[in-house]
Write a protein that binds this ligand. Structure first.
Ligand SMILES: C[S@@+](CC[C@H](N)C(=O)[O-])C[C@H]1O[C@@H](n2cnc3c(N)ncnc32)[C@H](O)[C@@H]1O
Length: 230
């Protein structure tokens, strides 16, 4: 997904996504003085909600158009960088990566590289929370609100673990089409990639609920990851 043309419609498109609930979930892992970075922060919705709760949150994203919107609501450092090539001279107590950011990576080699980069900016004793998409089937849905009609069609191939999606949205008579390819990572793949770089998955949750354990049939998975300390 390019997120270029889409950036200015992103917040409206995901207006019904429960960023407040997700932020409450994230707060369970954060102490007041923690240094936080949001990887793939997009338009900065989690970062700004955390900011409203008194936390200071830096952000990093590959896409300038998304970061330009984040700049209007996030008052700390925002970095235009790729998770596969992070260059920061600072460490964080909490690293979050919400809403399928790492599903944009193409395979477990890239996932491992990204996790290694996150480990390198994590304090000893720090926590990484990664939110991954975990589709169960193919499908489509159309809905309308405000002056927008949106149609999403997705095809999930369990064999290749690839989800191919098309998003069509019509606003004020103009039609926009965007598409993305997500690599879906299994819990075991994430655990193995973590182990390969000296990280460990402590817990897997689903649906942004501290009381719900994630499994292969969850629609989304949140991984709590820490460094292996020797
Ligand atoms: C679905 S959006 C999620 C944005 C935000 N985290 C949220 O919850 O609304 C995915 C974001 O990941 C970013 N992204 C994708 N690949 C990336 C990469 N390799 N490095 C950094 N950011 C990436 C995109 O630019 C986009 O802003």
């Amino acid at each position: 997904m390019e997120y270029k043309e889409f950036a200015k419609y992103y917040d409206n498109f995901y207006k019904n996504k429960n960023y407040h609930k997700e932020t409450e979930f994230l707060k369970c892992f954060i102490n007041q003085d923690d240094k936080i970075i949001d990887i793939g922060c997009g338009t900065g919705l989690h970062a700004s909600l955390l900011q409203q709760n008194g936390f200071q949150v830096d952000g990093l994203d590959l896409n300038k158009e998304m970061l330009d919107i984040a700049k209007t609501r996030v008052y700390s450092n925002l970095y235009l960088q790729d998770v596969l090539d992070i260059s920061l001279n600072q460490k964080y107590d909490i690293i979050i990566s919400m809403f399928a950011v790492l599903n944009h990576l193409k395979d477990t080699q890239e996932l491992e590289k990204a996790l290694m980069n996150l480990k390198n900016i994590l304090t000893d004793g720090g926590k990484i929370i990664i939110d991954l998409h975990n589709p169960q089937s193919s499908g489509s849905k159309t809905d309308s609100y405000d002056n927008m009609t949106r149609t999403m069609k997705w095809h999930y191939d369990k064999k290749t673990k690839i989800e191919d999606s098309k998003i069509i949205f019509e606003i004020e008579g103009k039609k926009y089409i965007d598409s993305h390819i997500f690599r879906i990572f299994t819990i075991d793949e994430v655990k193995q990639c973590c182990a390969n770089v000296g990280l460990v998955v402590k817990k897997v949750y689903e649906n942004y609920d501290i009381n719900k354990r994630g499994s292969s049939i969850s629609k989304n998975l949140q991984f709590l990851i820490c460094k292996v300390l020797f």
